[in-house]
Design a protein around this ligand. Structure first.
Ligand code: SF4
Length: 224
């Protein structure tokens, strides 16, 4: 079982998106993603440049392309020492589900944390891990050519869809019509890049469908 994870960053945050908006969390950003979303705001995580590899966690912290390989006990100990407040850990990326997360989630549970994950739906490394909250933000038709997987969609407690135009809602409609979904899954629409036009479209759609609006609160209150 995998117990070696490429860590790009760890910091305390306020979850700014989706159902868990407002919850203080320790964000663990794993390195690596091949999905290629044009609007990605963590492009520094995409490539594993040998020059960016470091031997320890403290050497990679901050918004940069550096990463280090660490086991679950080392990650949990770093969180406990440097980010003692939150009781939730948020696994994100990059694409955290590119890695088998069972051991990391188990270790964090043993330390008393609840674990949430945000994934693009193109990988399955989280499906056998007992995450407490799974948010799938399906990245459909992105330049990297990765497919959204039915098993990933079926694992979602929350589907969070980034919307720029009406066609993006059509894509989501097609996805949820053709893939299994938990009956309790919450569907959130998130306007792309705080666009007014996209925000209006999301408001109109969530009101007519009974869905939920996600507005990237952290960008409005000026925190990461
Ligand atoms: S899946 Fe996430 S990390 Fe990967 S390119 Fe898209 S937005 Fe960026």
């Amino acid at each position: 079982m995998t117990n070696n994870y490429p860590v790009n960053n760890i910091y305390t945050c306020i979850q700014g998106e989706g159902v868990q908006t407002g919850v203080a969390m320790v964000l663990v950003r794993l390195h690596g993603c091949a999905v290629g979303c044009p609007w990605c705001d963590t492009k520094e995580t995409w490539a594993f440049a040998p020059a960016d590899e470091r031997p320890t966690l403290p050497e990679v912290m901050g918004q940069n392309g550096r990463f280090t390989w660490a086991d679950s006990a080392t990650i949990a100990a770093y969180i406990a020492q440097h980010h003692p407040g939150p009781r939730w850990v948020l696994l994100t990326g990059g694409e955290p589900a590119d890695y088998r997360l069972d051991t990391l989630v188990k270790t964090l549970h043993e330390k008393g944390y609840q674990v949430a994950i945000e994934t693009s739906g193109t990988a399955l490394g989280h499906v056998t891990a007992a995450c407490d909250w799974v948010c799938v933000s399906p990245k459909i038709g992105m330049p990297g050519g990765k497919q959204v997987l039915a098993e990933a969609v079926a694992s979602a407690d929350e589907i969070k869809h980034v919307v720029g135009k009406a066609a993006d809602i059509d894509q989501l409609d097609h996805l949820i019509a053709t893939m299994p979904l938990k009956h309790t899954a919450v569907i959130c629409l998130q306007p792309i890049s705080q666009s007014r036009k996209a925000t209006d479209l999301c408001i109109e759609t969530v009101q007519s469908r009974g869905w939920r609006l996600s507005i990237q609160m952290h960008k409005y209150i000026g925190v990461e």
